[in-house]
Design a protein around this ligand. Sequence first.
Ligand code: CA
Length: 714
Amino acid sequence: MTGRTAGAVSALALLGLASWDAPAGSRGPAEVDAARLTAADREPGQWMSYGRTYSEQRYSPLTQVNAGNASKLGLAWSFELATNRGVEVTPVVVDGVMYVTSSWSLVYALDARTGKRLWTYDPEVPRETGFYACCDVVNRGVAVWQGKVYVATLDGRLVALDARTGKPVWTVRTTPEKSPYTITMAPRIVRGKVMIGNSGSEYGVRGYVSAYDAQTGKLAWRFYTVPGDPSKGFENKAMEMAAKTWKGEWWKAGGGGSPWDAMSYDPETNLLYFGTGNGAPWNEKVRSAGEGDNLFLSSIVAVNADTGEYAWHYQTTPGDSWDFDSTQSLVLADLPIGGRPRKVLMQAAKNGFFYVLDRTNGQLISAEPFVKVTWAKGVDKATGRPIEIGDPRYKTGPAIVEPSSFGGHNWHPMSFSPKTGLAYVPAQEVPGVYGTDDRYAYDPSQWNTGTDTKLNALPSDPKQRAAMRNAFRGYLEAIDPLTGKIAWKVEHKGPWNGGTLATAGDLVFQGTADGRFNAYEAKTGKLVWSTPTYAATLAGPMTYSLDGEQYVAVGAGFGSVYFLVAGFALDKPGNADNGKILVYKLGGRQVLPKPQLVKAEFPKPPPVHASAATIAAGQASYQKYCLVCHGYGAISGGVLPDLRKSPVVAQADAFKDVVIGGVRKEAGMVSFASVLKPADADAVRAYLLTEAQAGWKAEHAKTSPAARKGPKPG
Ligand code: CA
């Protein structure tokens, strides 16, 4: 034992932290390196990276918890995250310590046996950053490497923390200062380099992946996903090639293509794979004069992990016009295709096709629909291009398209079991209406889609609302990548359900949006265990083993984009309870207290004094500027305040103080003075009051003495 290690061990003992999985003193916390991570299967009790291994299969070799005994699972411990915003983290567990992130990019180190908090790191993200986070102020997790814990913050910093103390060792700004970039993804670490992408294409950014030296934070390489202004020259040959697929002056709105979530790595080829997002703006007609493939939007890209040099790309959606990010899980496996073993990469893409590619060269092996797909009838095997049908690009007028921007599959991680040969996908069907905004002009301070946002207004007729809600569907699907066929499928109450975990114990774990955590038999989909979590359980579950006991962990918490925008489609009333990390084991006896959800009073709204034209104009502004956070029909999903019940909306001056004056900036509600004049704010308020009136009447009808009259009990 070296002196340095001995000193560290005694310091840890003082902190009450002398409990690694490894023999005492042999290893400090988060001592993960290339050898350990590449040989992760030799240490099945650990979960050392976001998707457990570089292949991101989210498959655990652990078998103690299995299809025969999963019914005996119970809560071992839980940890309260001090947030009522979304929880999307996959915990990392190394040598007895669990590292989790929460909203606003907070990091916690917990004793993996007990849930006892060891340290907290709060990067103090300015709350107005929340305005630029399209999809809630979430974070999906950390990376660990040689005694450090790495987190990317919502406002674009990459921070290396000392794993013993949670204190920053180095911090770099990985996005430009005062820019609309955000970051929600977990970093990955390959050969001593921390890989990180970014988000923000709706606000007009130029996406890129950066690699930093894990020890020093020095930038090693950066790969842009879309070309910049050609007059300034290209960074590399790949950008020169990509620029030939664009028209007009796309760079003025950034281009987009932010690589905001999925990454995986193949040590044999030394290729890093990442997925890229939609264009800025969504609509190709206004982004690139409706022409060109717009590389590398909505693509899977492979680069050399040491240099960032382009290797290959496969574009799932050429000339994307629907927000079909190709950022979903990129899962690597070796599969027997046509009688010979192939090194493949799999993705259940947002656009509704399940792709199997040769990961050495990006060649398409197969692409089959896994949900209802109306925009393309298939993918041409020879060219690798989708075969579009009808007018999905809404050139002749508005079009209903499936999947929509919610995706057939979104960020919720999928898993793959080499034992069953099946991929387990949180799939969904949510239609969307697209049409061109003919008056569109890029505004860097606002949400940019180039589409007519009025088309997605919630209908006022309750029957039409119910029909819209019924069209939103969610599933757990087991997909055979050899055939593209669905082996089995479970339907949930609605879309936006949790990521999946597959285990050698013949189990698949998944949480649901309506607050349960379930285990299914991996071959058949038979439900073998289900427990209430009392919160949307959307994150990727994981499993680990300590002292001979297997644990299964998952994050739960209301929030995430669906709970911001789709309150009308949810059963859940009331406020969002704090998020939690929930950890289960066989015979676990803890009881999760049922939270008391407080339903906000629905005060009688003031009357609306505005013309129908003003209300319609207010609704149009609401759809354009407010909906993405405050929801369809201003109906809250329980995360942000329900504007229909808001005392601020009830008073015209108070409303303008917030919307124009920006007095609630510290809470994330910034001023909209750059796009709304006081009269526009009055119109938005008039629209909100009409929604409030309708909501109050519906509520009042339910609780009025006449409605309460019914058959007497007994
Ligand atoms: Ca997107």
